[in-house]
Design a protein around this ligand. Structure first.
Ligand code: FPP
Length: 234
């Protein structure tokens, strides 16, 4: 594993529902399996050159799903915080949830704040969960929050409840055989390298994560400039 550069990786954990349906199971079983896949990644996070891992857990559009699935997802997030909060603290991980908080159940918001505070003094990688998140909504909200003294990036941070700086994404992974960003980190992904994988999220593990990072290192990032070593000709 190449540790010369530490990365911000963002993941759209898609394909849970189809994974379950293919096994004749209710969709919530797929989300539960997705939770186990995420837990495995967190367990092994320190083995990777990652400074920030941002995970798309619940979009503002996900409220349109049937009530039972929405409630099931929030119950899962609640249990996740209870079970994995102490683990993140022990593993020296930092923790932050980005997104709106005013529509999330108070008991979950309390757990979010608790683990954000507990993990604040840690120095390891940052786990950021995007919950009730919409990039477009936050970009518009940042415009409303902007004051003459404030830069736009800080306004986005404020809107997202980000207690850590907004950082550019280096590598975005989407599982579930779809090739779109679905309103995720539109500002931060300006120069992200995109990897769309056919596999469903519950089948993703640190083995696939290592493979994607290897593929990322084979890409040449130019940020709009010329390839390395090439001199501009007029
Ligand atoms: C998209 O798959 C996934 C979600 C809307 C929820 C993501 C949540 C998890 C992966 C659960 C684990 C996370 C935590 C924090 C416990 P989909 O349901 O749209 O899949 P489909 O396209 O196959 O229907």
């Amino acid at each position: 594993m190449n540790f010369s550069q530490s990365l911000h990786i963002a993941i759209i954990m898609d394909g849970n529902g189809r994974w379950a349906q293919a096994r004749h199971q209710p969709r919530l079983m797929g989300h539960q399996a997705g939770g186990r896949a995420l837990a495995e990644i967190i367990r092994n996070l320190q083995d990777f050159p990652i400074h920030t891992l941002t995970l798309y857990c619940f979009s503002q559009d996900n409220w349109k799903r049937p009530d039972a699935e929405v409630q099931g997802l929030w119950d899962l997030f609640d249990r996740f915080l209870k079970r994995h909060g102490p683990e993140m603290l022990k593993r020296n991980l930092r923790f932050n949830v980005i997104g709106r908080r005013d529509r999330i159940q108070a008991k979950i918001v309390r757990k979010i704040r608790h683990w954000e505070t507990q993990c604040r003094a840690n120095s390891g990688p940052l786990i950021r969960l995007a919950m009730d998140y919409s990039a477009k909504w936050h970009l518009e909200d940042a415009g409303r929050l902007l004051t003459p003294e404030m830069d736009y990036r800080s306004a986005i941070e404020k809107s997202q409840n980000g207690i850590y700086p907004v950082e550019s994404v280096d590598l975005l992974i989407r599982t579930g055989n779809e090739s779109r960003l679905s309103d995720f980190l539109l500002y931060e992904c300006a120069y992200a390298e995109l990897f769309f994988l056919p596999m469903a999220w519950p089948d993703f593990s640190s083995v696939e994560l290592a493979q994607v990072i290897d593929r990322y290192h084979q890409r040449e990032r130019r940020f709009g400039a010329l390839p390395l070593g090439q001199v501009a000709q007029s």
